[in-house]
Ligand binder design. Sequence first.
Ligand code: ADP
Ligand code: ADP
Ligand code: ZN
Length: 215
Amino acid sequence: MNIILLGPPGAGKGTQAQRLVERHGMRQLSTGDMLRAAVKAGTPVGLRAKAVMERGELVSDEIVSALIGEELDSMGADTGAIFDGYPRTEAQAASLDGILSARGRTLDHVIELDVNEDALVERITGRFTCANCGKGYHDKFEQPRIPGTCDKCGSTEFKRRPDDNEETVRTRMAEYRAKTAPILPIYEARGIVSRVNGMAELDHVTAAIEKVLEG
Ligand code: ADP
Ligand code: ADP
Ligand code: ZN
């Protein structure tokens, strides 16, 4: 199974992708995570991407599509892929078609997380992750069960993203509206889009996604 989780920054793509990984043994392919790893490692890709990401603009299509191809090649052929934060432009959507067909994969579902933009700033400014295992949390909506300790791995180190501030979020939302939302019709024409209410409680969103995958 190969699926895309689509939605603006803070819609819940990463959170829901992590849950699908745990339940179904699929792989999460997050171009945001790949780019942050490249920035941290100081690779040539990271050096090119750093300032663009800090501004909340989009990194070049060539860079992110190359990262996706490499990641797919590192996976078993029967491991399902969850694309999180990719594709984000029409050019990336076209690249993904080629990347998948070259590997004998087909796209099964595009799940659109439908959210109210007014809620996104609060979601993003309250977001943090475990510095050890990457599990996502929120100051108000998803606290660790034991305060200060990761539910999944027990680490007590957490981190926040430098681009998770209100000003950058506005740019990221504008980028989503201008460049990413227009790819939906491509997938609608193929009849593979399902819309899920991303404003519901976390567990309800997960249940709605499971229903799509079963159907
Ligand atoms: P994305 O990957 O789409 O940018 P995340 O999955 O990182 O979004 O979610 C952004 C923040 O909002 C996280 O801190 C997460 O815990 C929280 N969040 C995600 N989904 C919900 C939800 N349905 N209700 C409340 N908070 C949520
Ligand atoms: P969010 O989860 O909040 O939507 P991401 O972690 O997916 O954010 O992305 C963070 C930043 O990384 C983006 O603002 C952008 O600069 C860059 N980025 C991630 N994925 C892509 C992509 N597919 N195309 C271009 N830029 C990307
Ligand atoms: Zn952890």
